[in-house]
Design a protein around this ligand. Structure first.
Ligand SMILES: C[S@@+](CC[C@H](N)C(=O)[O-])C[C@H]1O[C@@H](n2cnc3c(N)ncnc32)[C@H](O)[C@@H]1O
Length: 247
């Protein structure tokens, strides 16, 4: 990563040269508001792409349709769907093309069941988001990610998103420990730089921070970008507090 003063939001002086793009540099973290397909080719020093792109499934984020408006009752069934209030996911209305991301040495892409025909053989990482006794009760029990290289299938159970159905920031929000697990499975070393080109609420970035990795996040939706920036700043501030208490 190149070095800018911490917390510098640049637009006029952006190397990307467009008003529609914003760049924020925080300790160990670089965040971009804009289109990853334009920004990612300008980046240097990326060691791994760990991401959860738009799947091309035209996701209806209004999950109140399942429960007469009571999202908590859906959450009890463990549906794993957030409260997007019907606002669509950018670029989710067309098939996802993974090809721009395949050249990096280490790659993990969620949603690969939607675009598997465009991927080479690789490892499957399965997020089990439901308890055994609730399997089959409502929509998917699990989500799949493709990892470059190998051919095994590995699983991690994480139920935290169910409890956060009403409080999560993004309808597709992933648990932070899940994204850290993906980095470990991809053997991304401590200190390496992880790129999440479809950052959403920033779970991948927070996972990198918590595990001693550096991170670059890109998000096209200004509202999600703003929320991710606030969440990431809170995470970094907590770290400072912790260090302060121990120094
Ligand atoms: C599936 S969501 C990611 C959610 C994320 N994993 C989380 O934990 O919050 C995909 C995100 O990619 C963003 N997106 C879609 N197309 C994009 C593009 N071309 N460049 C940057 N972001 C994009 C969407 O706005 C959406 O927030």
């Amino acid at each position: 990563m190149d070095h800018c003063p911490p917390s510098t939001l640049t637009s006029e002086n952006s190397p990307l040269g467009s008003d529609s793009m914003r760049r924020l540099v925080l300790p160990g973290v670089e965040l971009y508001l804009g289109d990853c397909l334009e920004i990612a080719p300008t980046l240097q020093g990326v060691d791994a792409v760990i991401s959860d792109p738009p799947y091309g499934m035209k996701l209806d984020t209004d999950n109140s349709r399942f429960s007469g408006g009571n999202t908590a009752s859906v959450a009890r069934r463990g549906n794993g769907i957030g409260t997007g209030k019907g606002k669509g996911i950018i670029d989710d209305d067309k098939p996802f093309d993974p090809s721009p991301w395949l050249a990096w040495e280490k790659v993990v892409l969620f949603g690969s069941n939607h675009f598997g025909a465009r991927l080479p053989v690789g490892t499957k990482l399965i997020w089990i988001k439901r308890l055994d006794d609730a399997f089959g009760s409502f929509l998917s029990d699990a989500e799949e990610a493709w990892m470059k290289g190998g051919h095994g299938i590995y699983c991690k159970r994480d139920l935290t998103m169910n409890a956060e159905a009403n409080t999560r920031q993004h309808p597709c929000q992933k648990p932070v420990p899940l994204m850290a697990w993906c980095m470990d499975k991809a053997k991304v070393p401590e200190g390496a730089t992880v790129l999440d080109p479809y950052m959403g609420s920033g779970s991948t970035i927070i996972a990198a921070i918590r595990t001693g990795r550096k991170a670059i996040g890109i998000e096209k939706d200004p509202e999600h970008f703003k929320n991710a920036v606030e969440r990431i700043k809170r995470e970094l501030a907590q770290g400072d507090l912790f260090l302060g208490q121990n120094s």
